[in-house]
Design a protein around this ligand. Structure first.
Ligand code: MN
Ligand code: MN
Length: 331
């Protein structure tokens, strides 16, 4: 169950790359026995994309990003003055077993894996995979905590609320947020989107979003008002009625300069440092129940695997902010 090297000092390029060399739990029983606070779950799925594929390789690329070796308990977040992996027991729960020719079976596998993590008392952190995996993942979280009790903070260039994709396909990476609202898993009024820009979806989809009571913050608003003010609003909107928050980060919210390795890049996005600061603030301000980081497509990544590195740090930032929140509660 545990990585035998977890307590030894060795560099990042050695050993078996679980996320941050955290212990590996292969089965739900092992995860329960590990008493994990956080379960890392890979969702290697990309049959939901409409343009560049490759996100099935995302979980592995994110796991092996970063230059931090072992032991991971030595990792120190200097901005928050916290050792995240001393405060939190993080366990790598491996990947959902996703058959590459079936999106529906893959979604079933993701939903089951996230449910198993929740039943073991661990907060799921899901590494995508294309954004369609937020449908099974957030459905599992809403089933666990209760429909209507979980809000969503969603970073993305795209609203992902299309009624259907090409050919009338209902389940893809352009529709998960619509399906979650239609099913009642996440109420529209508790849905907050940050970083939208570009040319999709069209205006009638925004009309539908308005009818659902959704709130969103375009890049143009971030530019005119400043990110800190927009984040203040996003946090209060996320807490308006919902008890818990699911954080979903589509890496294409970043400008393609920071994240070229993604399926549908949209120029004019936020910077890596803005995203990390936003994740830190939001996680510190809410009761977080799940995170996903999606749409990393390694075959399109730039030199130095910068997209995978950014996604890795987004996960680590969320875990660090959670650790800091816990340390403050205990103090
Ligand atoms: Mn998306
Ligand atoms: Mn997107």
């Amino acid at each position: 169950m545990t990585n035998p090297k977890a307590d030894q000092h060795f560099p990042a390029f050695m050993g078996i790359p679980t996320f941050l060399f955290t212990p590996y739990a292969q089965t739900p029983a092992e995860l329960s026995e590990s008493d994990a606070d956080v379960a890392i779950i890979g969702a290697p799925v990309d049959m939901g994309v409409v343009n560049r594929p490759g996100a099935r390789f995302g979980p592995r690329a994110i796991r092996q990003a970063a230059y931090f070796g072992s032991p991971s308990s030595a990792l120190y977040h200097m901005g928050l003055d916290v050792y995240p992996l001393r405060e939190l027991n993080v366990v790598d729960f491996g990947d959902a077993i996703c058959p590459p020719s079936s999106l529906s079976q893959s979604h079933d596998a993701v939903r089951m894996k996230v449910t198993q993590a929740l039943q073991a008392g661990a907060l799921p952190v899901v590494l995508g995979g294309d954004h369609s995996i937020t449908l099974p993942s957030a459905t599992a979280v809403a089933q666990h905590y209760g429909y209507g009790r979980v809000g969503m903070v969603h970073f993305d260039a795209h609203a992902d609320t299309g009624p259907s994709s090409h050919g009338g396909v209902l389940i893809g990476h352009g529709n998960p947020m619509r399906r979650l609202i239609e099913s009642g898993a996440i109420p529209g009024k508790n849905f907050v989107q940050v970083g939208l820009r570009g040319y999709w979806p069209p205006g009638d989809v925004f009309d539908w979003m308005r009818e659902q009571g959704m709130r969103w913050h375009l890049m143009s608003e971030i530019e005119s008002r400043g990110f800190e003010d927009v984040l203040d609003d996003a946090i209060s909107e996320a807490l308006d009625g919902a008890e818990y928050v699911y954080l979903s980060v589509d890496i294409d919210v970043l400008d393609p300069a920071y994240a070229p390795g993604t399926g549908t890049p949209e120029p004019g996005g936020i910077t890596s440092s803005e995203l990390l600061r936003a994740v830190r603030r939001i996680v510190g301000a809410v009761k977080l129940v799940a995170v996903d980081v999606v749409e990393v497509s390694p075959p399109y990544d730039g030199p130095g695997a910068i997209t995978a590195e950014a996604a890795h740090r987004v996960v680590l930032e969320a875990i660090s902010a959670l650790a800091h929140q816990r340390s403050q509660t205990e103090a």
